[in-house]
Structures are given as structure tokens and as C-alpha cells.
Design a protein around this ligand. Structure first.
Ligand code: GDD
Ligand code: MN
Length: 363
């Protein structure tokens, strides 16, 4: 087969999609016509060996490439790396599970080639587009709310900013790539937020098919990532997704602390004992939730989780001293009690976050 440099790189993130890859390649082959294309599967070391299937396909067909990532998980990050590996003028991103209708790809690419738009979105909610039959009422409602919130962040009306199916000029992507957040599910939303009004967007309707093989990976974690992304963008990047999670976990810890303290005292424990018990329980629960949520991409297990927990106690202990120190200093300098209290909490929490990121969950 003669190799010519591709006009479009199709980036397909994969996690446990081994059965779907050969079919997707065959469908693209059928639909792309004269357009020179390649596909890059970005696989996060799927336990079902998706990357092996991709590399096998790649041996038989030079238009297929595979990027196997190890030690990392994440849909957005996979899309970013796949797109960064492209040298083609256009990049398309689509799911590998056959839910996105590949037959609209030529129309999407044509809009870019004719310079009608810089980004073309495959949309479920425009014209005769539609969502999957099995889309539960709950997810449909959540999707509506999320779409409204998103339009605030991206500063324009787009019918399907949560779509995982879109194509764009590579130069546009290269420009925004350094500011994109690699944790999370909603890469298009992040691109639109990063480009704000500076790019022209077009939408092409499609019908979101039902999944035939394998399972969806959209879960509560993906939901949290989405909210984190909104806050990150709304605060102009000042608050990171991880920091936000850390603070939410801290607030839950505070509530738990007060509950344990109250119960302990009702059960007849002295204040010091109940307060100590509440502190240990709240710190332990903070560690466990942070390990599951805030640092889910570098989760500590087994012995290193135990080591991490001990370090977390030390970090929080020093953080508490910093908190008390700052608050007391402000209080004696005649600040009002609540300003002193809040400042102490902010300093302590920021200290805990910074030190935890350095010593407990290391990059
Ligand atoms: N590399 C990698 N790493 N790929 C992943 C990961 C991951 O951690 N998680 C999911 N994927 C891949 C899946 O294998 C699939 O090809 C694609 O990303 C989408 O994942 P699904 O789990 O099938 O998501 P969904 O169908 O619930 O939602 C999709 O469609 C929506 C509508 O367009 C996503 O694309 C959403 O972002 C989108 O809103
Ligand atoms: Mn899917």
C-alpha cells in the first residue's frame, strides 16, 4: 500500500474496547472515500489487551497507529496525547465504541477544508441529531443542566458542548494544547473554553448509537471532573481541579469531626478525648477519600497507602499548627475573630494541600 501523508488524524481513546477496533477501522475505510486518513488508538493499558489488537491492526494497515500509555488513566489526557502525535492538517476525535456515527466525518472535514469553521462538532441536539435510545431520563436531565452550565464557561451557545465527537484544525489544537486539563472526560468543552470567542464553530447532527460491546466508563468520578473543570475555567485557572477536590474533602472532614465530637461527648467522653478521637477519625477519612477521589490517578495501595496515611497525619499536624499560629497572630493584632479564624483555615488547608502533593501523593 502506498503511503501518503494523511489529511486527517482520527484520534480514538480506548479502554477495554478490543472487540470494537477492527469494526471501527473497517467502517472508516468504507466511509472516508478520497480523504487520506489515519487513526491513532490511544489506549491506557486496557486489561482486555485493546492495545495488542490495535498494534496487530497496525501491522496489517499502515493507516492504523497505537499509542499505549502505562500508569495513567483518563479520556481527556488520551485525546490530547493522540492529537499531539498528529502531523496532519486536521484532527478528529471520536469514541472507539461505535456510538459516534463515522459517516458524518467527511462532512465535518469538508467544513474545515472549505474554511467554514475552525472546529466542527458532531451534535446530538441540532437538526435531526438524536441521543441514544437507552439514554436514561436521569442522564438526559443531567446532560441538559450540564449543557447550560457549560455555555456560561465557554461564553457562547453550542448545542452539544459535551460531545466527545468533533474535528478541528490542528493549528488550533496546537495553540490551546498547553492549557488543556488532562484529567476529565470533556475535552471538547475544555477546548471551547480555552478558545472562547476566537474560533468559528459549526455543528453537524448525528444519531448517537447504542453501545453494542463493552461498558461505558462514564461514572460519578467523570461527573466530579466535569464540575471541577467548570470551576477551574470560571476562576480563570486560579483554582485547580485537584485543589478543589481537596477542599471539598476537607469540608466533609470538618463535618465528620463535629459529628464524632458531639457523639463522643454525649457518650460521656471528656472534651480532650472526644476531640482527639474526632481528629484522628476525620484525618483518616480525609486520607481515604483523597486517595480515592482527589488523587485517583496515583492511588496508593497496600503498604504504601499505610505509609501515606502516616505522612498525611504528620502533614495535617503541621498544617494545624500553621493554622493556629496564623489565626492567633491575626487575633492578637486586633483582627476580628472570624477573619483570624478563616485566614487560619485557608493557610492550614493550603499548607496541607501543597505538602500532601509533594510528600504523600508524589507525581
Ligand atoms: N484511553 C482512555 N482512557 N480511553 C477511555 C477512558 C480512559 O480512561 N475512559 C473512556 N475511554 C474511551 C472509551 O473506551 C470510549 O472509546 C470513549 O473513551 C468514550 O467512553 P465511554 O465510556 O463509551 O463514554 P460514554 O459513551 O458514556 O460517553 C461518550 O459520549 C458522550 C456523548 O458524545 C463520551 O465521549 C462523552 O464525553 C460524550 O459526552
Ligand atoms: Mn460510549
Amino acid at each position: 500500500m502506498q503511503s501518503i501523508s494523511p489529511t486527517v488524524t482520527v484520534v480514538a481513546p480506548t479502554f477495554n474496547e478490543s472487540q470494537n477496533l477492527p469494526r471501527l477501522v473497517a467502517l472508516l475505510d468504507k466511509t472516508m472515500g478520497d480523504i487520506a486518513w489515519e487513526i491513532v488508538f490511544v489506549d491506557d493499558d486496557s486489561p482486555d489487551g485493546t492495545w495488542k489488537v490495535a498494534k496487530q491492526l497496525s501491522q496489517d494497515d499502515p493507516r492504523v497507529r497505537c499509542l499505549r500509555r502505562v500508569g495513567r488513566r483518563g479520556l481527556a489526557g488520551a485525546c490530547i496525547e493522540g492529537a499531539l502525535s498528529s502531523a496532519a492538517p486536521y484532527v478528529a476525535v471520536m469514541d472507539a465504541d461505535l456510538q459516534h456515527d463515522e459517516t458524518i466525518l467527511p462532512a465535518m472535514i469538508a467544513k474545515l477544508q472549505n474554511d467554514e469553521a475552525d472546529i466542527v462538532i458532531g451534535s446530538r441536539f441540532v437538526g435531526d441529531g438524536s441521543a441514544e435510545e437507552g439514554f436514561s431520563a436521569r442522564r438526559a436531565f443531567a446532560s441538559k443542566v450540564a449543557t447550560h452550565l457549560s455555555s456560561i464557561v465557554i461564553g457562547r451557545q453550542v448545542s452539544d458542548p459535551m460531545s466527545g465527537f468533533f474535528a478541528l484544525k490542528r493549528e488550533v489544537f496546537e495553540t490551546v494544547a498547553p492549557s488543556l486539563i488532562s484529567s476529565g472526560f470533556k475535552i471538547l468543552l475544555d477546548i471551547l473554553a480555552s478558545t472562547r470567542g476566537q474560533v468559528r464553530v459549526a455543528e453537524v447532527p448525528y444519531h448517537f448509537r447504542s453501545r453494542q460491546e463493552g461498558l461505558s466508563k462514564f461514572d460519578s468520578r467523570a461527573m466530579m471532573d466535569f464540575l471541577g473543570l467548570l470551576v477551574h475555567r470560571l476562576t480563570g485557572g486560579a483554582i485547580s481541579v485537584r485543589f478543589l477536590f481537596f477542599m471539598i474533602v476537607g469540608a466533609i472532614g470538618l463535618a465528620l469531626h463535629l459529628v464524632v465530637l458531639r457523639i463522643g461527648m454525649l457518650a460521656g467522653l471528656g472534651f480532650e478525648v472526644a476531640q482527639s478521637l474526632a481528629t484522628v477519625i476525620a484525618m483518616t477519612s480525609n486520607f481515604l477519600i483523597n486517595n480515592l477521589l482527589t488523587y485517583s490517578d496515583m492511588k496508593l495501595r497496600g503498604l504504601s497507602a499505610l505509609g501515606g496515611l502516616l505522612k498525611f497525619y504528620v502533614v495535617c499536624g503541621v498544617g494545624a499548627l500553621a493554622n493556629i499560629g496564623v489565626a492567633s497572630w491575626l487575633f492578637v493584632s486586633n483582627e476580628s475573630w472570624w477573619i483570624a479564624g478563616i485566614a487560619g483555615v485557608i493557610v492550614g488547608a493550603t499548607f496541607n494541600y501543597t505538602m500532601s502533593s509533594i510528600f504523600v501523593w508524589r507525581q
